[in-house]
Design a protein around this ligand. Structure first.
Ligand SMILES: Cc1cc2nc3c(=O)[nH]c(=O)nc-3n(C[C@H](O)[C@H](O)[C@H](O)COP(=O)(O)O)c2cc1C
Length: 373
């Protein structure tokens, strides 16, 4: 029924059996302290079993605590977590999906760091981050490379560098948060230098191992990074050899603005960002953001707006999305619906584990028993 959606594609030399991927989604399922829990394994088993070609595991910290988004962020910075990471990769691959680990430095949004680290001392939600020295930047580059090597050793098929959400890599590219006057600030060429150096160091350390990139196409802030500039950044990343570019918009500073909330309620609300990037680069591009139906997903691929579809809440709300679409049962999909008022986001920002209000009653009960929530 949807010939484009269910055709193979090669990404960084790995074959994806169809165009469906799970986009990274942090739900607070790791143990406090960032170890891999049974809840996390059960969740990713279900996501991989759904029939998507690749699961991109939520952001995992390359450094701790300075790079960690929260106390329940998976730690990719230590060999102590190797067994858990290996279990996670194996759990996904057992279900015939490729396993990709997103690795991240949370920068000025590192909830448990004090001080937070950023390109410049620009205040964020009342906290003043410390501007990084070049020596500290060298250390963080090495941390990214070490985490990628760890992911490879653990059995993951790829890594994805998190260059979105206003975390460290994207905060270098943003003219709003990067006020440096050295070789890492000012022109776009300078602002993108640090992320490009990270790509280079990760690639050279990890060897023949695909490195994807979560890409901030638009900050949705008037003084922030916008598409006119970010498409050039996308080209630079492609030239640096990233395996794919996964597009998103917004940062924690824009997600909750009324007009952003309003536009984020629409189906396919970030597809235009992917389409603009795809015109500029040869590498595969992923589109995400309320891609609610098979028809929409098929049209995105068929019309060349993106090569791959990223499903985050969409897949979590209904892990049968891929099979329902494949079998022409679109009308049976349980949709992630904006009217729930972003319950999942609110739960995780309060440090809780998330459940989906759209799940069937029995599943919510089972989840509550399992988590004690
Ligand atoms: C609760 C929550 C957690 C998220 N965690 C991540 C993350 O760890 N890494 C990331 O790159 N994007 C993350 N995202 C963004 C998603 O990958 C995705 O781009 C967005 O939710 C839109 O897709 P969807 O409508 O299918 O959910 C998160 C989004 C939500 C709502």
């Amino acid at each position: 029924m949807y010939p484009h959606l269910f055709s193979e594609i090669s990404v960084g030399g790995r074959v994806l059996k169809n165009r469906l991927t799970m986009a990274p989604l942090y739900l607070g399922y790791a143990e406090a302290g960032g170890t891999v829990s049974d809840l996390l394994l059960d969740h990713y088993r279900l996501m991989a079993k759904s029939g998507v070609a690749m699961v991109v595991v939520e952001n995992s910290a390359v450094d701790y605590p300075a790079g960690s988004g929260s106390d329940r962020t998976i730690r990719a910075d230590t060999d102590d977590n190797m067994e858990g990471l290996a279990n996670l990769a194996a759990t996904i691959k057992e279900q015939r999906a490729l396993a990709c680990l997103q690795i991240n430095h949370a920068g000025r949004f590192a909830a448990i760091a004090d001080p937070t680290l950023a390109p410049s001392a620009v205040q964020t939600f009342g906290r003043m981050p410390k501007a990084l020295t070049e020596e500290e930047m060298r250390r963080i580059r090495r941390k990214f490379a070490e985490a990628a090597v760890r992911a490879r050793k653990a059995g993951f098929d790829m890594v994805e560098l998190h260059g979105g959400t206003g975390y460290l890599l994207s905060s270098f590219v943003s003219p709003r948060t990067n006020k440096r006057t050295d070789a890492y600030g000012g022109s776009l060429e300078n602002r993108q230098r640090f992320p490009l150096e990270v790509v280079e160091e990760v690639k050279s350390a990890a060897g023949d191992f695909p490195v994807g990139y979560r890409f901030l196409a638009d900050e949705w802030l008037t003084d922030g990074l916008q598409l006119a500039e970010s498409v050039h950044h996308a080209r630079s990343l492609a030239s640096a050899g990233v395996a794919y570019i996964s597009c998103m918009g917004g940062t924690y500073e824009s997600f909750l603005l009324p007009h952003v909330l309003q536009s984020s309620r629409k189906e396919g609300y970030m597809v235009h960002l992917a389409a603009a990037v795809r015109k500029e680069v040869e590498v595969p591009v992923i589109a995400a953001g309320r891609i609610a139906t098979g028809r929409l997903a098929e049209s995105i691929v068929a019309e060349g707006k993106a090569d791959l579809i990223g499903l985050a809440r969409v897949l979590w709300a209904d892990p049968e999305w891929p099979s329902k679409v494949r079998e022409g049962r679109d009308d049976e999909i349980i949709h992630c619906h904006p009217d729930c008022d972003e319950t999942c986001t609110k739960l995780v920002t309060r440090g809780k584990t998330a459940f989906c209000v759209r799940w069937p009653h029995d599943k919510i009960q089972e989840w509550k028993e399992k988590t004690g929530a």
